[in-house]
Design a protein around this ligand. Sequence first.
Ligand code: AMP
Length: 252
Amino acid sequence: MKILVPVKRVVDYNVKVRIKPDGSGVDIANVKMSMNPFDEIAVEEAIRLREKGIATEVVAVSCGIAACQETLRNALALGADRAILVETDAELQPLAVAKLLKALVDKEAPRLVILGKQAIDDDANQTGQMLAGLLGWAQATSASKVEIAAADAAEMTVKREIDGGLETMQVKLPAIITTDLRLNEPRYATLPNIMKAKKKPLDTVKPDALGVDVTPRLATLKVAEPAKRRGGGKVADVQELVAKLRNEAKVI
Ligand code: AMP
């Protein structure tokens, strides 16, 4: 089966982001960008399924500016077979990305789409669910284990970590999976694979060619820093703690 893996270019998780002075968003000028960490896990899972003989082809997709090519080359270096860039300078919200991915699914006919459970920039946690809705496919979100018995399997088993423990679901294919942190530990791209990735096919398509209107439906009114935490302090004993809670914090 073919697997489609959407990968988003986001601010690297090590970067401490700054809010633009006018409060219109986060300043991403001259900031290190990387593949969304949950998407690295998605790529890894797809490659492992190919290595097991379950998947025949892994296609990485990114929607956004031309620089998303770097993210796709990274996916190719990790082992994806080919890549598609849906290129646009427009702001893309999850519904628009889901519609673009739906158009690509219609064209590419994968039986599995593995997305991250959320992008660490906007923390939307929406795209996979919306894509499942648009396609009318089953979805297994926040997956921590995926088992597919054979390449032509009609169903798969997915484990999800939920508050009360582990939930095991049987899911009809074709389906959507979104990845949780514990699903796997992604490999590093080796130098030879980074070199090989340069020669792998990377196609570019525009949203118009897919017949998708990406106009944003939501407007961000304001982005602000979280309130600064007040400094903590140490107390000598329980009596002092209780006195502080009563007289200073006035919470008891
Ligand atoms: P979100 O719903 O924005 O939190 O994103 C969830 C997942 O959808 C990400 O982990 C990616 O797999 C996918 N995704 C979101 N935005 C994009 C994008 N612009 N290009 C490719 N994949 C995306």
